[in-house]
Design a protein around this ligand. Structure first.
Ligand SMILES: [Zn+2]
Length: 181
């Protein structure tokens, strides 16, 4: 199970394991905002509900983001849109396409991975965009920065705990257009 972390002003910051959340709680760094009703943590010395949302008591300064090569960040770089047909795809629908297929020596890297919708991914198959006669909207590259990374990361999505919805609701609304066809 994971715990959603808010900063002191209730903005979503990140998701962490519940074990890490307990450590932060015991160190007096965070307070519990919401808990998993049906999950209790028991030890010899304490018993408490597993926190689903915690909040930092002191305002954290945001570090300069290091843009990690991850599915989430590729999704953010590509603005949640299939790079072949521009259709908006949800995180769970998005496929990660090797522009130059792996069997032709294509690497799994910022400049060779784009998100694609399932139909485009299937249509392209193991071919290059040229061979498949499919044109990329933009040549992929390592992004200098990611617009709205946090917001994209923290849009409530299926599979996330329902209690997170209260804190991610605005972001979902903000990015509602992503779900339009
Ligand atoms: Zn597509």
């Amino acid at each position: 199970m994971e715990t959603l972390v808010l900063n002191s002003t209730y903005e979503p910051l990140c998701r962490i394991s519940w074990q890490r959340a307990i450590t932060l709680l015991f160190n007096g760094k965070v307070e519990v905002v919401d808990e998993y009703e049906d999950k209790t943590i028991r030890s010899v010395t304490f018993e408490l509900k597993m926190p689903s949302v915690v909040r930092f008591l002191r305002l954290l300064k945001r570090r300069k983001p290091v843009i990690r090569f991850s599915r989430e960040n590729v999704y953010a770089r590509d603005s949640g849109k299939c790079q072949y047909c521009s259709r908006a795809v949800s995180r769970s629908e998005a496929t990660y396409d090797h522009v130059l297929p792996r069997r032709l020596g294509g690497k799994t890297s910022w400049d060779n991975i784009v998100i694609a919708c399932v139909p485009c991914n299937q249509k392209k198959g193991g071919r290059t965009p040229d061979q498949a006669r499919m044109k990329l909207k933009v040549l992929p590259s390592r992004p200098a920065k990611l617009p709205d990374t946090i917001r994209l990361t923290f849009t409530w999505d299926k599979g996330m705990p329902p209690s997170w919805k209260n804190w991610l609701r605005d972001m979902t609304y903000w990015h509602g257009a992503l779900d339009e066809d």
